[in-house]
Design a protein around this ligand. Structure first.
Ligand code: UDX
Length: 436
C-alpha cells in the first residue's frame, strides 16, 4: 500500500519504518528540514534500539522515503497517517496546533478514496473535528480513522511488529478493510484486530495509559506505607501478584513514572473529564501521588543528613525516565537534581545514554561522569533513579573505595538489603526496611 506518514518524530518514524518493512511504500514527511536531510543520509535523530538499521535497510530497498513536501507524499497515498506531536498545555490539556497545521496541509492533496488515520494521541472528539475541518477544506466527506499506538520507548520496534492488539476506530467499511489488510502481517497469531467507533479508539489509548499509571502510583503509595509499617514491598508484591486477578506487571515501586506519555495522558484525560463536568478524583490522585513520589529520595537524603544538605557531594546514577532510552522528559532525576542544586549540593551524574540531553539542560552546573564509578569519586552518597542493566551488578568494594561515605539511596530496589549489609553500606530503598 502507498502510505504518507505526517510527522517523522518518535511514533511516525517507528510506525513508518515498520510499515515499510512489511512491503508498503512509505513516505515520511516532516516540517524540520534538517531532520529530513539527516534521515535521507540514514541518520536517525532518536535513540531506539534497532531503528537505524531498519531505516537504512528500507530506504536502500526504495520503499521508505523522506521529504518536507507534503503534497508529494499525500498525492498518491491510500493511507495518510497523522503522527505529529500533541504536547501538554500549561493547564494539562493537549496542544493540537501541529495536528491542525497538518490537516490544512494534507487537505488539498488527498485522493478521494484516501483514508486519513490519526496516530497522534489526541483528546476524544479530535477525529470528528478533523473530519469537520477536512469537509470544509475539501468540500467533500473525507474518511478519518483513529488508530492509537501502544509503543514503549526502547522496545518500540518489537511492540510494533508483535502487538498485543490493534485498535482501530472507523466510520466506514472501506477504512476498516484497508487497515485490516495493512495490519494482517502483524496479526498472524491469536492477537485481535479490534474495531470500534473513533471515540472509543481515542479513549482506549488514554484509558490504557491511565490504568498503567494508576498501578504505579498505587504500588508507590503502598511502598511508602510498607516503610512506615516495617513491611517489605517486595514480599507484599509477591504475596498479591500470585492472585491471577492482580498479577505482577507494572507493580514495581520506584521514584515515580516519567516520559512523554503517562504524565501527559493522565493530565489530559483529567482535563477531558473536567470539560464534561466530571470530577476526575482518581486521575488527580494518580498525578498527585506521582509528583510526590519524585521527591522520595530527597526526603530520605534529608532524613539521613538531618536536613543539612548544603555542601554535600551527591552522585546520581540514571537520568533517563527509564532504561534503554536517552529520553529525560518528566524524568524523576530532574526533580532530584533541581532540589539538590537548590539545597547547595555538588551533583555528579552518570547515565549510559542520557548525559548529552541532561548537559543541554544544566550546562556546567553538574559534573558529568562517563562511567558509573567515576560519578562516585568523593561523593557523600549515591542516588539511583533508573534501573539500567549496567547498575545491577556493580563492584561494591570499588564503590566503597570511591565514595566518601558508603551511603546508597536506591530508587529502583536494585540490590538485596542483606548483600548491602554484608558490604557495609547504609542502604535506603523503596518500601523496604533500611540497612543502617
Ligand atoms: C508508555 C506505555 O507503556 C506505552 O504503551 C504507551 O504507548 C506510551 O507510554 P513508555 O513511556 O515508553 O510507554 O514507558 P514505560 O516502559 O511504560 O514506563 C513508563 C514509566 O513507568 C517509567 O518511568 C517507568 O520507570 C515507570 N514504571 C513502569 C514504574 O515505575 N514501575 C513499573 O512497574 C513500571
Amino acid at each position: 500500500m502507498k502510505i504518507a506518514m505526517i510527522g517523522a518524530g518518535y511514533v511516525g518514524l517507528v510506525s513508518g519504518t515498520c510499515l515499510a518493512d512489511t512491503g508498503n511504500e512509505v513516505t515520511c514527511v516532516d516540517i524540520n528540514q534538517d531532520r529530513i536531510e539527516r534521515l535521507e543520509q540514514g541518520q536517525v535523530p532518536i535513540y531506539e534500539p534497532g531503528l537505524a538499521e531498519l531505516v537504512v535497510r528500507n530506504a536502500a530497498l526504495g520503499r521508505l522515503h523522506f521529504t518536507i513536501d507534503t503534497a508529494e507524499a499525500v498525492r498518491s497515498a491510500q493511507l495518510v497517517f497523522l503522527a505529529v506531536g500533541t504536547p501538554s498545555n500549561e493547564d494539562g490539556s493537549a496542544d493540537l496546533s501541529y495536528l491542525w497545521q497538518a490537516v490544512e496541509k494534507i487537505a488539498p492533496h488527498l485522493r478521494t478514496d484516501a483514508v486519513v488515520v490519526v496516530k497522534s494521541t489526541a483528546p476524544v472528539g479530535t477525529n470528528q473535528e478533523i473530519s469537520n475541518r477536512l469537509r470544509k477544506l475539501t468540500g467533500r466527506e473525507c474518511d478519518v480513522a483513529s488508530n492509537p499506538e501502544f509503543l514503549k520507548e526502547g522496545a518500540a520496534i518489537n511492540d510494533f511488529q508483535y502487538p498485543d492488539r490493534i485498535v482501530v476506530g472507523v466510520r466506514t467499511p472501506a477504512a476498516e478493510d484497508k487497515l485490516r489488510e495493512l495490519y494482517a502481517p502483524y496479526l498472524r497469531t491469536d492477537k485481535p484486530f479490534l474495531t470500534m467507533t473513533p471515540e472509543s479508539a481515542e479513549l482506549t489509548k488514554y484509558v490504557a495509559n491511565a490504568l498503567l499509571s494508576t498501578k504505579i502510583s498505587f504500588i508507590n503509595e503502598m511502598a511508602n506505607l510498607c516503610e512506615r509499617l516495617k513491611g517489605d514491598i517486595n514480599d507484599v508484591r509477591r504475596g498479591i501478584g500470585h492472585d491471577r486477578r492482580i498479577g505482577f506487571q507494572f507493580l514495581f515501586p520506584g521514584v515515580g513514572y516519567g516520559g512523554s506519555c503517562f504524565p501527559k495522558d493522565v493530565r489530559a484525560l483529567a482535563d477531558m473529564a473536567r470539560k464534561v463536568g466530571l470530577e476526575p478524583r482518581m486521575l488527580d490522585a494518580v498525578d498527585t501521588v506521582n509528583n510526590h513520589q519524585k521527591f522520595v529520595l530527597l526526603a530520605k537524603l534529608k532524613q539521613q543528613f538531618s536536613d543539612k544538605l548544603q555542601g554535600l557531594t551527591i552522585a546520581i546514577w540514571g537520568l533517563a525516565f527509564k532504561p534503554r532510552t536517552d529520553d529525560i522528559r518528566e524524568a524523576p532525576a530532574l526533580v532530584l537534581i533541581d532540589q539538590l542544586l537548590a539545597a547547595g549540593c555538588k551533583v555528579q551524574v552518570h547515565d549510559p545514554e542520557a548525559l548529552k540531553n541532561v548537559q543541554a539542560l544544566y550546562g556546567d552546573k553538574l559534573l558529568y561522569a562517563t562511567s558509573p564509578l567515576d560519578a562516585l569519586e568523593g561523593a557523600d552518597a549515591l542516588c539511583i533513579n533508573t534501573e539500567w542493566g549496567d547498575f545491577r551488578n556493580p563492584d561494591f568494594d570499588e564503590m566503597k573505595r570511591r565514595l566518601r561515605l558508603p551511603i546508597i539511596f536506591d530508587g529502583r530496589n536494585l540490590y538485596e538489603p542483606e548483600t548491602m549489609r554484608e558490604y557495609g553500606f547504609v542502604y535506603h530503598s523503596i518500601g523496604r526496611v533500611p540497612v543502617k
